[in-house]
Design a binder for this molecule. Structure first.
Ligand code: IMP
Ligand code: MG
Length: 179
């Protein structure tokens, strides 16, 4: 059953992005990536856990044979960004001299992605771009470019389509925002 209002851990969320809108958005992003990397092999680094559903839908629309790896950064609990140092774990692939696209769920303040980019820089990839499901322009404090942005959203906390509140709500096929 589809509902427009959800309650998770006592907080109320309203549907903000439908499954159809998400599908159109992943098609648009995939089209751009297909054009930009035509004839090249890409290493897609999928940031777990939040990007799992987005990456699955997006990568099915990417043409050609590519390398897909799953990485993790230390996460934070609840609705507050920790601001602590976060480490990239699980990168088994050698990315030296290769074209890398990081697939992330949200670039919010941009701190987590900055840490990730800093730690990947040492590995001498030939290029690194960021592809994020959600970008929050009002919160972003980064000094780097986020090339592929699926959805620009406001500052409200969101759940669904891989995104969670304390691990809850990742299964939802739509995106909900806190009301
Ligand atoms: P940043 O370091 O502030 O950019 O936060 C990035 C990370 O915080 C994301 O990868 C998410 O895991 C988490 N995050 C930030 N905002 C939200 C949200 O609205 N919903 C769920 N997770 C979020
Ligand atoms: Mg994340």
């Amino acid at each position: 059953m589809d509902t427009d209002i959800l309650e998770i851990e006592g907080l109320r969320f309203a549907k903000a992005v439908s499954a159809e809108q998400i599908d159109k958005m992943t098609s648009r992003l995939a089209e751009r990536i297909n054009q930009d990397y035509a004839g090249r092999e890409v290493v897609f680094l999928v940031v777990l856990n939040g990007a799992f559903m987005f990456a699955s839908d997006l990568l099915k629309k990417i043409e050609g044979v590519h390398t897909v790896c799953f990485i993790k950064v230390s996460t934070y609990q609840g609705m507050q960004s920790s601001g602590e140092y976060s480490e990239v774990i699980g990168l088994s692939e050698n990315i030296e001299g290769r074209d890398v696209v990081i697939i992330e769920d949200i670039v919010d303040s941009g701190f987590t992605m900055k840490e990730m980019l800093n730690s990947l820089k040492e590995k001498n990839a030939s290029s690194i771009e960021v592809c994020t499901l959600v970008f929050k322009p009002d919160n972003f404090k980064g000094d780097y470019d986020v090339k592929y942005k699926g959805l620009n959203m406001g500052a409200e906390f969101i759940v669904g389509y891989g995104l969670d509140l304390n691990q809850k709500g990742r299964n939802l096929k739509e995106i909900y925002k806190k009301i």
